[in-house]
Design a protein around this ligand. Structure first.
Ligand SMILES: NC(=O)c1ccc[n+]([C@@H]2O[C@H](COP(=O)([O-])OP(=O)(O)OC[C@H]3O[C@@H](n4cnc5c(N)ncnc54)[C@H](O)[C@@H]3O)[C@@H](O)[C@H]2O)c1
Length: 322
């Protein structure tokens, strides 16, 4: 079997998980990893039999490398993606595509100019629960969709973990903005958002938000994205989706997956790992098959535009039309 030669750039929380994920795929081989922290790069490389590098540029020169996963802090996605495109590599760029709409558009242009596959890492699309919710809407099981409520919450210390690089709308809100477009099958027409701070923060970013969305075909939605859970919360996350249609309703809770393991090291939900593997498999299979990107640059731009509109609405108090 041909194995796609993959590199992972950025070995923090999600980059490390991508390495573990790629290592499970028989059709891929993790050949190179890069991180500014040389001790981390060396350790991860040793774990997977890959070569360690310090920067994206060095990794992109690795002989035979075909595809990269860019898991750097958001403000570094552009430079790495432009370098990957210039080197003709396929790329999976973590969400959000960029913190700035112009940078996100530049990433899309770079991939188009190089005719290389660009996928955006909206992992929520690979949760079986969200896939089933989308099917329920598409199959008409709920009738015409009227409204949606999505919650995505993490512990209050997330802001400190990522050193205030972005607020919760870029980090978590963007997941549900994309997921709702995908589940509902419609585009957002207008956005209104409010924010609050539930704890004293070292970094002045929004950490508790409600964003209401009006979709073009009439559905309305509210996304609650927040870093407010106490640090002793058993799971560290609270992800939900409620859908209401004219003929039915759907309730999704990632807290009720049928299996939670409470041990000395805390509570874990084993099924939280498999969506990332499914995402990476879809990326690898699409590159190997020369197929179109499963989650396009246009999807990344659309979700990013909703984040920008929500931030504008928080700043002005106005409804923002898209
Ligand atoms: N899909 C998901 O569910 C998900 C989950 C978490 C994070 N993310 C996204 O992944 C990206 C990374 O987030 P994170 O939480 O893993 O961040 P992180 O801070 O944990 O990791 C970033 C890593 O990049 C390294 N780095 C920084 N600058 C570098 C450079 N110039 N060259 C090489 N390495 C460099 C750091 O040393 C660190 O190891 C963000 O865009 C974030 O939004 C996605």
């Amino acid at each position: 079997m041909r194995r796609l030669q993959v590199g992972v750039i950025g070995l923090g929380e999600i980059g490390g998980a991508h390495c573990a994920s790629i290592a499970t795929l028989p059709q891929a081989q993790l050949v190179a990893v890069a991180d500014l922290r040389s001790e981390v790069a060396a350790k991860v490389a040793g774990q997977y039999g890959a070569t360690a590098y310090g920067t994206a540029e060095e990794l992109l020169a690795h002989p035979g490398i075909e595809a990269v996963i860019i898991a750097l802090p958001d403000h570094l996605h552009l430079a790495a993606a432009q370098a990957a495109a210039a080197a003709g590599k396929a790329m999976l760029v973590e969400k959000p595509l960029a913190v700035d709409a112009e940078e996100a558009k530049a990433i899309v242009r770079a991939a188009e100019a190089a005719k290389t596959l660009l996928m955006v890492g909206f992992t929520v699309r690979y949760f079986p629960q969200y896939i089933r919710a989308r099917q329920a809407v598409a199959n008409g099981e709920l009738g015409t969709l009227v409204s949606a409520f999505a919650r995505r919450a993490n512990v209050v210390t997330q802001t400190d973990r990522i050193q205030g690089r972005v607020g919760v709308l870029h980090f978590l809100g963007v997941h549900d903005f994309d997921a709702l477009r995908w589940v509902i099958g419609d585009e957002v027409a207008s956005v209104h958002a409010i924010s609050a701070t539930s704890a004293p923060l070292a970094h002045p970013v929004e950490n508790e938000t409600f964003t209401t969305l009006r979709f073009k075909k009439g559905a309305i939605a509210c996304v609650q994205a927040g870093w407010y859970l106490p640090t002793n919360h058993p799971a560290g996350f609270d992800f939900r989706l409620d859908l209401t249609g004219r003929d039915g309703s759907l309730n999704l809770s990632m807290m009720e997956q049928g299996l939670a393991i409470h041990s000395k090291s805390g509570t874990s939900y084993p099924y939280m790992a498999s969506p990332l593997i499914a995402e990476d498999r879809d990326f690898v299979d699409s590159v190997l098959a020369g197929a179109p990107s499963p989650i396009t640059g246009a999807d990344g731009l659309a979700a990013g535009a909703i984040v920008d509109a929500a931030l504008e609405s928080i700043a002005t108090g106005r409804v923002v039309d898209l």
